[in-house]
Design a protein around this ligand. Structure first.
Ligand code: ZN
Ligand code: FE
Length: 257
């Protein structure tokens, strides 16, 4: 099983999973680069996964389906043209070719119906988490509450530490700049930042990350750490009630960073 990023727009990755013959694509916001990658690798499209309704994740569906219908899995809680198999929390889906199965997580917050796909029977594990968790950051709260986002990030953080995190945007370096402000003293984060700067200097993706790494460096998964809570409290100029209050303040701070 191979997993490759298909760059799209300014900073999106459309993940393409293939076995040398058939491919699964995740969040095809644009059809052209997907078609180009399929042709270049001699692959046939087998299925599509969608995490949420934003155009940069679904914009390529119609054009990809115009050449022949394939199963399209997407969030049951969002109206998305082209989704043939609506999914929600706890669903288990099987893609025949390439042979891979996923368990669905509901991750409300960035959008109301956002879902993630956690691979089953693969070691180490992997998750396609859309715009909910980014490396060193998280998606903006467009439709959900801080409580929902806290629950969604908590579900991802509870996955095994070696789970590979395939998010949809190359935001890592700018997220790391904010992470430095939110948690000044984090040696592992500083080492990771140097590693990512080196990758980006060579135009290589910083993704996938892992759940274990994100728990160590991502301030949005570290609201229960005293150093993050203290920095956020100082920034907002008031005591924080709990980790969710910290997450809400952190997200608002990042929105204007
Ligand atoms: Zn989005
Ligand atoms: Fe996006």
């Amino acid at each position: 099983m191979h997993i490759i990023p298909v760059p799209a727009f300014r900073d999106n990755y459309i993940w393409l999973v293939h076995d040398g013959r058939r491919a699964l694509v995740v969040d095809p916001g644009d059809a052209a680069p997907v078609r180009e990658a399929l042709a270049r690798l001699g692959l046939e499209l087998g299925a599509i996964l969608v995490t949420h309704h934003h155009a940069d994740h679904v914009g390529g569906l119609a054009a990809l389906l115009a050449h022949g219908r394939v199963p399209v899995f997407g969030p049951a809680g969002e109206a998305i043209d082209g989704v043939s198999h609506p999914v929600f929390e706890g669903d288990e889906i099987r893609i025949a070719a390439p042979g891979i199965g996923f368990r669905v997580l509901d991750l409300p917050g960035h959008t109301a119906g956002h879902v993630a796909y956690v691979a089953m029977d693969i070691e180490p594990g992997l998750v396609f988490c859309g715009d909910t968790l980014f490396s060193a950051g998280c998606g903006r709260l467009f439709e959900g509450s801080p409580e929902q986002l806290a629950g969604s990030l908590g579900k991802l953080a509870a996955l095994p530490p070696d789970t590979r995190v395939y998010c949809t945007h190359e935001y890592t370096l700018s997220n790391l700049a904010f992470a430095r402000a939110a948690e000044p003293d984090n040696v592992e984060r500083d080492e990771y930042a140097r590693h990512c700067e080196d990758l980006r200097a060579r135009s290589l993706p910083t993704l996938p990350s892992t759940i274990g790494r994100e728990r160590a460096i991502n301030p949005f998964l570290r609201c229960d750490h005293p150093s993050v809570a203290a920095t956020v409290a100082t920034h907002v100029g008031r005591p924080l009630q709990d980790a969710t209050d910290c997450l809400a303040a952190l997200r608002a701070w990042k929105d204007g960073f």
